[in-house]
Design a protein around this ligand. Structure first.
Ligand SMILES: [Zn+2]
Length: 204
């Protein structure tokens, strides 16, 4: 199969006195989204869309809410793990589309920056990421933020493509290391990455 599609949805309630994290950004607002992690409803929905596209479960199966390691965690970690999952399955991202349902703050002034941040995290171009927002008219849900996300994946044609994707995310080694540890614990197989500690040819 050359293409796959995935869908994700998430919601979090607003809570005073905590930072608002949306799409990997800290957004200036008088309250934030409560969650076991940083409550980033946009990154959670995209994470589920990616995992869903390769039928790899959902965010909760990799990161159980009761696990103290994910208390206040940066949700970029979850997104990186989902990205590794789809790459390991032989796919790359064609595009991601999202709709955020939120009463306040206004998203349009920051949508561009958010697209850039999500694209950076996914190692793709900004043109491949769409961030749209609506207010929850008639739903009586002004105290909640929801996000819907769809992701279209296409099979990576060349192994080189995978290599170049890895190079793009090389700059975020810390996140990568965390993701590697997680994959090892989930799949029970250590992943090989990077260069050996020393080159045997140099010491002979
Ligand atoms: Zn969530």
């Amino acid at each position: 199969m050359d293409i796959r599609i995935g869908f994700g949805w998430d919601s979090h309630a607003f809570k005073p006195g905590i930072p608002l994290r949306l799409g990997g950004l800290t957004v200036d607002h008088n309250e934030g989204l409560a969650g076991h992690s940083d409550g980033d409803v946009v990154l959670h929905a995209i994470t589920d869309a990616l995992l869903g596209a390769v039928a790899a479960g959902d965010i909760g199966s990799f990161f159980p809410p009761g696990d103290p390691r994910w208390k206040d965690a940066d949700s970029a970690i979850f997104l990186k793990l989902a990205l590794e999952e789809i790459q390991n399955a032989g796919y790359g991202i064609a595009n991601v589309d999202t709709t955020l349902i939120i009463a306040a703050p206004k998203i349009s002034p920051i949508a561009g920056e958010m697209r850039g941040r999500v694209a950076d995290l996914l190692g793709i171009d900004m043109e491949q990421v769409s961030i749209k927002a609506k207010t929850p008219e008639g739903l009586g849900l002004d105290h909640v933020a929801q996000c819907h996300a769809v992701a279209l994946l296409e099979r990576s044609k060349e192994p080189d493509e995978l290599k170049s994707m890895s190079a793009v995310i090389e700059s975020q080694r810390q996140l990568e290391d965390v993701v590697d540890d997680l994959l090892s614990s989930v799949h029970g197989v250590p992943k090989k990455r990077g260069v050996p500690v020393y080159d045997t040819e140099d010491i002979t």
